[in-house]
Design a protein around this ligand. Structure first.
Ligand SMILES: Cc1cc2nc3c(=O)[nH]c(=O)nc-3n(C[C@H](O)[C@H](O)[C@H](O)COP(=O)(O)O)c2cc1C
Length: 262
């Protein structure tokens, strides 16, 4: 039995989840969603996992695009982890439905909570709370690994009814607007032109012009650029200059460089 896990991450929570799950499952290859199937042994794996963050109460567009190009193997065992900040809403049900259109069965979908990286609404929760979330997430990954190892089927986790009703509408309303929300990014302070923002952007939406980042209207809103900026000089709107930055403490910036994602 072997597994391939495709992952997408902005600030490392999903990458850490994918890595931890891979360790527990054994014989698992990790592939960034941007690298697609190139150079991986995906075709040989009998289990296929998708690990990604919940964005605006649903599946990020990068993941939806990945699903369209992913090798489709109706005989494989498919599972997913929706990494989130406490509101998974209908994300995994949405994924199951999308996959069904391609005659693929999502056998298991797990909702795992981490510190939220959505900095426009505030900085990360206090360190003590983060530690508790990491401990709980590890326990949940253990449960998921056992379920997956036994190739069990039927568990698709979802948020309460109020979340599913209210937020599914909001997801639909905002989905098409996400790409251009990068108009809210700007530089405030001493940019050292290090280029990290450019390298962590999964969709090449940032280039350095005259040594400063420019966003090009094709944003995934993963927030990697603002969260990983070593000078804390990228801001989003007016409030983020007051907020601490966040990334998973066991993930390094080079682990999310786009070069890895090609
Ligand atoms: C644009 C955006 C939208 C988000 N929307 C949600 C959401 O609807 N529900 C939720 O629980 N968390 C939401 N989050 C929080 C992330 O899902 C959460 O922090 C996740 O752990 C980030 O994973 P990553 O570190 O792999 O990028 C959102 C984050 C971003 C950047």
């Amino acid at each position: 039995m072997s597994t391939v896990i495709y992952y997408y991450t902005g600030t490392g929570n999903s990458l850490w989840t994918a890595r931890t799950l891979a360790e527990k499952l054994g014989d698992t290859e990790l592939v960034p969603m941007h690298r697609m199937n190139t150079g991986s042994n995906a075709s040989e794996a009998d289990a296929v996992g998708l690990v990604f963050p919940v964005h605006i109460w649903g599946i990020p567009s990068l993941v939806r695009n990945f699903l369209q190009t992913m090798e489709k193997r109706p005989g494989a065992y498919y599972f997913a982890v929706a990494v989130n900040g406490g509101q998974v809403a209908r994300t995994l049900v949405q994924l199951k439905e999308l996959m069904a259109e391609d005659n693929l069965t999502l056998s298991a979908g797990f909702d795992i909570m981490f510190p939220s990286n959505y900095i426009p609404w505030g900085g990360p929760v206090p360190v003590e709370r983060q530690r508790k979330l990491f401990t709980d997430a590890t326990e949940k990954i253990n449960v998921a690994a056992s379920y997956i190892s036994n190739r069990k089927a039927g568990l698709i986790e979802k948020g309460p009814m109020w979340q599913r009703v209210l937020f599914t509408g909001l997801y639909k309303l905002t989905y098409d607007r996400v790409k251009t929300l990068d108009v809210n990014f700007h530089i405030d302070g001493a940019c050292s032109s290090c280029g990290i923002c450019e390298r962590v952007c999964p969709v090449k939406n940032i280039t350095l012009e005259a040594g400063k980042p420019v966003w090009h209207g094709n944003c995934e809103q993963c927030l990697a650029c603002i969260q990983w900026c070593p000078e804390t000089c990228i801001q989003y709107g007016k409030k983020t200059k007051n907020y601490e930055r966040y990334h998973h403490p066991e993930v390094k910036v080079k682990d999310v460089f786009r070069e890895l994602l090609q």
